[in-house]
Design a protein around this ligand. Structure first.
Ligand SMILES: [Zn+2]
Length: 269
């Protein structure tokens, strides 16, 4: 499932492609991917201009010039492609937004969705989300205060969207490795030093992943050299049985609350 760095990569690349452009046509092949009637969606989106694109947690928001927002969550298996009918992948498209000769294709939107909501209702949709880990207010102090009196396993806290938003299965493991902490470590046992390290590891890992273009498997467009660059940069995620880059001991895999979890028992405590 795409996490914060994947959605941030999409945001940057799509902003270059479509900000300021008008949506000339809308095709919906799967009604369940949208939240209104097909007619309402097409009527309100066709002819509107995408002013800018923002991101909150794992969502992208396409801000239209008519006080509506297209709110995207790709969930598991969703991805996008920007191109023309000549170079698009041979897949099923749940939604297609046209911008003249170019199209934005939404693929694999089964659990994922593209919702049309009034701009004024956006904040309400995000009310249950925890803070953004790249926000300047997300400091060691803030992290310690959020941990105070809480119990549970570190990885489960990192993937809890109401506690901190945007982190999923891959980056929670990468963050734990960077911080030298085992994913099943009880948060109530973390020392102040470990919490300070964790508060540095969270933005460091996410920023590095953004620089590498995240881990999405498919390019966003034909000449896309950025998307997916982080796939080869993972230190532990999906590397079971491979040697740790730091100590050469084999990376291990376990399930924590039915989530696949990868770690190095030598580098993490
Ligand atoms: Zn190691």
């Amino acid at each position: 499932m795409p996490e914060l760095p994947e959605m941030e990569t999409y945001r940057t690349l799509l902003t270059e492609k479509m900000a300021g452009k008008t949506i000339t046509k809308v095709e919906i092949n799967r009604e369940k991917s949208v939240n209104t009637t097909v007619d309402f969606f097409i009527h309100h989106v066709t002819g509107s201009r995408v002013d800018f694109i923002s991101r909150r947690a794992k969502h992208l928001l396409f801000h239209l010039d008519n006080n509506y927002v297209l709110l995207l969550h790709l969930m598991l298996g969703g991805w996008m492609y920007w191109g023309t009918p000549a170079d698009r992948p041979s897949r099923n498209f749940q939604v297609i937004l046209s911008f003249g000769e170019y199209q934005l294709y939404f693929i694999g939107l089964r659990l994922g969705y593209l919702h049309l909501i009034p701009s004024a209702e956006v904040e309400e949709r995000f009310a249950a989300l925890g803070p953004e880990p790249l926000s300047p207010t997300f400091t060691a102090q803030a992290l310690m205060e959020r941990f105070k009196g809480k119990r549970g396993k570190l990885k489960m806290k990192l993937v809890d969207q109401s506690w901190i938003s945007g982190i999923g299965n891959c980056y929670s493991d990468e963050i734990c490795f960077h911080a030298g902490l085992l994913p099943d470590k009880a948060i109530q046992s973390l020392t102040n030093t470990q919490m300070e390290q964790l508060s540095r590891s969270i933005p460091t890992v996410l920023q590095e992943a953004i620089r590498w273009g995240g881990y999405m498997e498919y390019p966003l467009f034909k000449e896309d050299r950025l998307t997916g660059g982080y796939n080869d940069q993972c230190k532990v995620y999906d590397r079971e049985g491979e040697p740790c880059f730091r100590c050469s001991q084999f990376i291990q895999k376990e399930e924590i609350s039915s989530r696949k979890t990868f770690f190095c028992t030598h580098c993490q405590e």
